[in-house]
Design a protein around this ligand. Structure first.
Ligand code: ADP
Ligand code: MG
Length: 700
């Protein structure tokens, strides 16, 4: 085994405790992981800028100068601290929205400092928000690395002194010691043709760039490789699909579909639902395998389309399954399918991580002998033990929560790959979707069921909490229910859990029994406990559900009319939109309240404003993509993306993406199974999904 697979625990200065933190917080386990942990930005320390040299659009840079005055401006949420910073050529303003007191105490007037930051140009003036500041010591600063890499770190890492600088040191050590063991992942003909840096050089230059030019080349090579691996996989799957005629033809729409339509359908389908079902019917009867993405905003009624698609497959003698990203959602689908399909001769079963062993065994038997028609579940469905008699259709709900490898695993459950329908409410802009998903045809539900009122979204600061409580009380008084969501970015973060529990106790005081009843759900609870709380909420035993983001996707309780999101600044736009989508599912007026602290970063404030301004998932997705520069994904959150990208940026690297797609298609056309000797490394690359699979700890 290569030493690249050595656990980092044994590197100098790490040890078991720090290794555990690194594994939990940023997913680093081996030496290789460390080498592939790329910086999110580099600061140009090769030279100092003079203030008069500043132009709009400069990157992070450094200036030597002095603070000559502090000034506090504004009140309340708008309060900020500015400092006048001068050098011999001019003046700029430094701005802080947070930590005002600390800044004033720490930095002294008329002392030489180096400031780092990205200048903003507004109204003819330059300013730098939240600059980093260091005392200026002439001898030291002359010898610093020209381009300094900055690595993402969690709060907990910082507490244990695992800072960006520390990361840089340990990675530098690994480069010296292990880089020679890194093997090239791209064939040499590609490296030559595209004029790419070899992998070793790219790794060297991303962590220790010798010049901006080298850094750019390294970034280009690594971004290309990341996107190319994904495209290669897609091109491969597409070529198989297009070559093989499918014997899973659904020729007819039969009894089950018709009986459901005439007797069980609880409401008139929307026109968009009808159109999409037609598109799907055509696919299923075409003689080729269907591979379709169904996009529809939250609450647009995708579940019903899934159900009716399943009926077509059942009418033609096939089994079908539906996979959802959380147990809560799988349970909900199961319950609603059972009720929607009552009186029809269809056997539906549920399989999740908490299905009992005895039940499970029986279930496996029924799948193999064909007496179970519909299987609903979580990622438990992809386990090898789950085998069907003749699986004809696979549906994946909230597909952005699953990785490519997981999708592919479901395909393999039948000799001939089953038809696939993947559904998502997190639209990424059209052109991008086509390139990214490559192999998928796309259907869109662009219409909400009739009678929905747009959700009213309001941003409040903590100080106005009482107003929010009043709203909650008013809504409960007229029989509605309420969600209150706390952020829990990683379930392992105990601090977050504490905040949730503390919040829950406070809420119990504001909403005391017997008038009110509350329940709580978080990822650390047993599935049965989560289930009990969710059921109670659905049955209106509880009026307020206090929860982490475990209920983020899919959950459907139409009577709920208020969604309160605590610390909303900690969520990304697509997550906020998903959470908001839990209300507004009935005919009642619904509300989404975004609670944040007084002091907000500019970006966070923008996110709140976008949420207030729009209910449209597409608009939000576009804005999201624009807002998220590579430096902004501090917590490495890229929700809404089907893969976790580590270096490429979908908004900025579309050209590399197109190139990767073209080359992948070309290679697969020539060598469909990547069996030519020169493509040996590519075979490995296309199946190396370790990095793409989404981190489950974040979800259930
Ligand atoms: P999503 O697209 O977010 O998965 P769901 O499928 O959960 O949305 O549907 C949201 C709600 O809308 C559900 O309560 C569902 O019963 C209801 N619904 C779906 N289709 C229609 C329709 N054609 N008319 C009225 N209500 C509908
Ligand atoms: Mg749904």
């Amino acid at each position: 085994m290569s030493s690249l697979q050595n656990p980092i625990q044994f590197l100098p200065g790490i040890g078991p405790k720090r290794a555990e933190i690194l594994a939990q917080d940023i997913n680093l386990v081996t030496v290789e992981d460390l080498l592939l942990y790329f910086p999110y930005k580099h600061v140009d320390r090769s030279r100092f800028y003079k203030i008069k040299e500043l132009t709009p659009d400069l990157p992070y840079l450094q200036i030597i100068g002095k603070i000559v005055a502090f000034n506090t401006v504004g009140e309340g949420i708008k309060k900020r601290l500015t400092a006048t910073f001068v050098d011999e050529t001019g003046m700029i303003e430094l701005v802080w929205f947070q930590g005002i007191k600390w800044v004033q105490q720490t930095y002294t007037l008329n002392t030489p400092y180096i400031i780092f930051g990205k200048p903003n140009y507004f109204n003819g003036k330059y300013s730098i928000p939240h600059p980093e500041i260091e005392p200026y010591k002439p001898d030291e600063h002359n010898q610093k690395a020209a381009l300094q890499p900055y690595y993402n770190t969690s709060e907990r890492m910082k507490k244990h002194l695992l800072t960006s600088r520390w990361m840089h040191k340990i990675i530098t050590y690994c480069l010296e010691k292990y880089l020679h063991e890194v093997e090239e992942t791209l064939p040499s003909y590609l490296i030559n043709r595209l004029n790419l840096l070899p992998l070793r050089e790219a790794l060297m230059n991303i962590h220790l760039p010798r010049s901006i030019e080298n850094l750019k080349k390294a970034e280009y090579r690594l971004k290309f490789e990341e996107l190319f691996a994904i495209q290669l996989n897609l091109a491969y799957q597409k070529s198989i699909r297009k070559k093989n005629p499918s014997n899973l033809i659904c020729k007819q729409v039969g009894n089950l579909f018709h009986s459901f339509y005439q007797q069980n359908l609880p409401f008139e389908l929307t026109n968009a639902q009808k159109r999409v079902i037609k598109e799907i019917r055509k696919d299923l009867g075409s003689g080729h395998q269907m591979n379709r993405l169904l996009q529809g905003d939250v609450g647009s009624g995708k579940t019903l389309v899934a159900l009716m698609t399943m009926l077509i497959a059942l009418d033609n003698g096939f089994q079908t399954c539906l996979m959802a990203p959380t147990e809560i959602l799988a349970n909900q689908h199961y319950v609603s399918f059972v009720s929607l399909l009552k009186n029809l001769p269809i056997n539906i079963e549920l399989l999740t991580g908490s299905t009992k062993k005895s039940v499970r065994e029986k279930l496996m038997e029924n799948l193999v002998n064909g007496s179970t028609h519909i299987l609903i579940g979580t990622h438990a469905l992809i386990e090898d033990a789950v085998q069907f008699k003749n699986l004809g259709l696979v549906i994946i709900d909230e597909q952005h929560r699953f990785g490519v490898a997981q999708r592919a695993k479901l395909w393999q459950k039948n000799d001939s790959p089953p038809h696939v329908l993947v559904m998502t409410a997190t639209p990424i802009p059209r052109t991008l979707a086509m390139t990214l998903y490559g192999d998928l045809d796309v259907s869109v539900i662009d219409e909400l069921p009739p009678g929905r009122k747009p959700i009213i979204t309001k941003h409040f600061t903590d100080a106005l909490r009482d107003k929010v409580f009043e709203l909650i009380k008013r809504e409960i008084a007229i029989g509605r229910q309420v969600y209150i969501i706390y952020p829990l970015i990683k379930e392992s973060e105990k601090l977050d859990l504490k905040a949730l529990e503390k919040g829950y106790h406070q809420l119990q005081k504001v909403f005391p029994p017997p008038t009110y009843s509350l329940c709580m759900i978080h990822g650390q609870m047993k599935p049965s406990e989560k289930d009990e709380a969710m059921k109670g909420f659905i049955e209106r035993k509880y009026q307020i559900l206090v929860s982490t983001t475990v209920i983020e996707v899919g959950v459907n309780v139409p009577n709920a009319s208020v969604m309160v999101i605590e610390n909303a600044e900690r969520f990304g736009l697509s997550q906020l939109h998903q959470l908001r989508g839990r209300v507004g599912r009935g005919a009642e007026q619904s509300y989404c309240i975004l609670l944040t602290s007084h002091k907000l970063s500019e970006d966070a404030l923008k996110r709140m404003q976008i949420m207030e301004a729009s209910n449209d998932g597409f608009v939000i997705a576009e804005a999201d993509l624009k807002l998220r520069g590579p430096g902004d994904i501090e917590g490495t959150q890229q929700s809404g993306m089907p893969f976790e990208l580590h270096i490429a940026n979908l908004a900025k690297d579309q050209q590399i993406l197109m190139l990767a797609k073209d080359i992948a298609t070309e290679i697969i056309e020539k060598d469909p199974h990547l069996s030519l000797p020169e493509n040996l490394t590519l075979k490995e690359l296309s199946t190396k999904n370790k990095k793409e699979i989404i981190n489950w700890s974040r979800i259930s």
